[in-house]
Design a protein around this ligand. Sequence first.
Ligand SMILES: C[S@@+](CC[C@H](N)C(=O)[O-])C[C@H]1O[C@@H](n2cnc3c(N)ncnc32)[C@H](O)[C@@H]1O
Length: 232
Amino acid sequence: MNQDTINDIIGWDIINWSKAFSFWDKHIDIKNKQLSCLEIGARQGGLSLWLALHGNNVICSDISYKNQQHELDKTITLHKKHNCENLISYEAIDASNIPYENKFDLVVFKSVLGGVSIGSNTRLEQQTINSIYKSLKPGGKILFIENLEASFLHMYARKKFVKWGNKWHYLKLNEMVSLFKSFQKVNYRTVGFFGAFGKNEKQRQLYGKVDTFFDKLVPKSCRYIMIGIVEK
Ligand SMILES: C[S@@+](CC[C@H](N)C(=O)[O-])C[C@H]1O[C@@H](n2cnc3c(N)ncnc32)[C@H](O)[C@@H]1O
């Protein structure tokens, strides 16, 4: 994939978040397999784009498509730009209540779990993972990239400077791992520390390079991105 395509897929702290591709490549080959895929919480549908560019069939979904036509329009425009809209269909699916059973080879999400409980008075992360589990075929996989609580500095900066920082539920690494206890295989890595503090994408690019250099020195519990692949 060229850099412009990666930018369109990832869109934020691109150096750190795009490390997902090399990690997933070690565990799965998605090229031209005509896999049946679902992206949840897709908004602009970056991961749907990635799956379709590799010849797979995707339902690109987000709860917001129900009443925010402009979000869906932006998503379709992005997919048309890359000439892959013929492999993608669109649905307004609630990730905590997916209306499919034993259907998908792959379910993907990026930066979604921490937001599923916003506006609800119960925590919905486990219900969301259970709902994905039900929608997967036996042997089906979830590929995901998610924000982690990370260090106290991350939590402080989010509360102070990020609009949605008080509403988002940032999970700890061990909380994330425990969500997948019904799955047969769980593989993950964590990356990124400084990238979270960039005020714009140019700064995040610079900090992402610093992270690539220092990642191994930062304790896993202080890294802010979890990249995972789990198998039903
Ligand atoms: C931070 S955005 C991430 C969007 C996209 N995945 C990305 O990485 O750019 C979180 C998305 O999750 C969606 N969302 C929140 N709760 C949801 C739910 N219960 N079911 C499906 N989507 C949900 C929101 O509408 C929003 O588009």
